[in-house]
Design a binder for this molecule. Structure first.
Ligand code: CMC
Length: 378
């Protein structure tokens, strides 16, 4: 019988070959298609980056313009999707609403010709276009308001903020939000991407692929951490409380949200960029007392835990940025999903290119040859 080595959480086990993104966790390096995240964050836009991730190359002017127009043409939701959303409980988490909506798109667009490049293209455009509309629509509908129709004259980021707040955003804020989307768009084979790839490998439809990835992203150990970070900063309450909070976590082996990463053993480069964005926002809109708590927390955690390679990850500063942009706390993870849809779709497309169904093995730890005991004898 074959002997397998078990790696909890598949740590260090290559599950695929990919040319989409690269992380060097010792150097704190992240590249999308070979381009450093710092360059994309400062020079690109989310839609251009999404194109790069999905089609492998930066678009030329015409290609980008065509892509933008296609996205604009698919932003609206069918009224029956909106009717379905009206039946969702207002108290439900927006990630559950998004997962249900993403899966439901498969009912409305049920062709499954995934070997047809035109179908793949159409599904990519439809999902990138509709996910933000679904997130904004649920936010308005759960508050008893009608969803706002998307505006074709606004950029991807500005249109989302417009649909969320029913007013056109300041271009400075829309630009900061666009950078956030670029930063979250892709990150190698993390849990939600792996989930997307496993689902994709069965050759099911792309809406099921994105729905399964959304469900995986929702957990507090993954995308849900940003929401938890803000709650944690509120609980800490003051800069003076930071040290005892960290000491208590260390003593009781409690996880500190927004810190640690399977791959990064230094500060996540996206956290550095997000911290800078937070500072720009505070300069413009006024300070946020939670920022001082966050900076002190980073200092004390690094003092106590750097020997384990525990530093801020992408979720640590993103909540502070989203808060200042006026995004409700429980939309932080759906906003992450809007952006990561680009990465999931890139992996879906790559998976289809050289597909083999995921079917790993297991190491059985149970018994053999046990007699069945009749009910009356148990
Ligand atoms: N606070 C305190 N200790 C930690 C933390 C943390 N946030 N993260 C890891 N550790 C410790 C952990 O207790 C363990 O210590 P020991 O070896 O003494 O038992 C060691 O570091 C290794 O931790 P692990 O949980 O085995 O590491 P992992 O690679 O399985 O998990 C992680 C990675 C991100 C799930 C984990 O660091 C964590 O739970 N962080 C908090 C949640 C969080 O911020 N998640 C967002 C992740 S990044 C963005 C994303 O994926 O969405």
């Amino acid at each position: 019988m074959a002997v397998y080595e078990y790696h909890a959480g598949l740590e260090g086990v290559p599950a695929t070959q990919s040319s989409i993104s690269f992380v060097d966790g010792q150097k704190g390096l992240l590249e999308y298609r070979g381009i450093a995240i710092e360059h994309l964050a400062s020079k690109s836009t989310f839609l251009e980056t999404a194109y790069l991730l999905i089609w492998g190359e930066l678009p030329n002017r015409q290609e980008l313009q065509d892509f933008q127009q296609e996205i604009q043409g698919h932003r609206r939701l069918k009224y029956r999707v909106r009717d379905m959303m009206k039946c969702f409980p207002e108290s439900g988490h927006p990630m559950d609403a998004l997962q249900a909506c993403a899966a439901a798109l498969g009912l409305f667009y049920s062709r499954r010709e995934i070997s047809d490049p035109a179908y793949v293209h159409e599904a990519v455009v439809r999902l990138l276009a509709k996910v933000p509309t679904m997130v904004a629509a649920f936010q308005l509908m759960r508050n008893g308001n009608d969803p706002v129709q998307p505006r074709d004259d606004l950029s991807y980021a500005a249109n989302f903020l417009y649909m969320l707040n029913e007013r056109e955003p300041d271009p400075f804020l829309a630009n900061i939000f666009d950078v956030c989307l670029t930063l979250h768009a892709e990150h190698t084979i993390n849990a939600s991407t792996f989930s997307a790839m496993v689902t994709a490998s069965t050759l099911t439809d792309p809406y099921a692929v994105i729905a399964s990835a959304v469900g995986t992203l929702a957990g507090p150990l993954h995308g849900g951490a940003a929401e938890e970070v803000v709650g944690m900063l509120e609980t800490i309450g003051t800069v003076e409380n930071v040290r005892p909070f960290v000491e208590n976590c260390v003593a009781n082996k409690k996880k500190i949200m927004g810190f640690g990463h399977r791959v990064y053993k230094v500060k996540d480069p996206r956290a550095t960029i997000l911290q800078n964005l937070a500072e720009q926002l505070f300069d413009r809109l006024g300070q946020d007392r939670y920022y001082d708590i966050a900076v002190e927390l980073e200092k004390v955690v690094s003092e106590k835990m750097s020997y384990k390679g525990i530093y801020p990850n992408v979720d640590f500063y993103s909540g502070l940025v989203y808060r200042k942009l006026g995004i409700p706390t429980d939309l932080y993870t759906p906003v992450f999903a809007i952006s990561r849809t680009a990465g999931w779709l890139a992996h879906w497309k790559e998976q289809l290119g050289e597909n083999r169904i995921f079917r790993p093995t297991q190491i059985y730890t149970g018994l053999h040859g046990i007699d069945y005991v009749p009910m009356d004898d148990r």
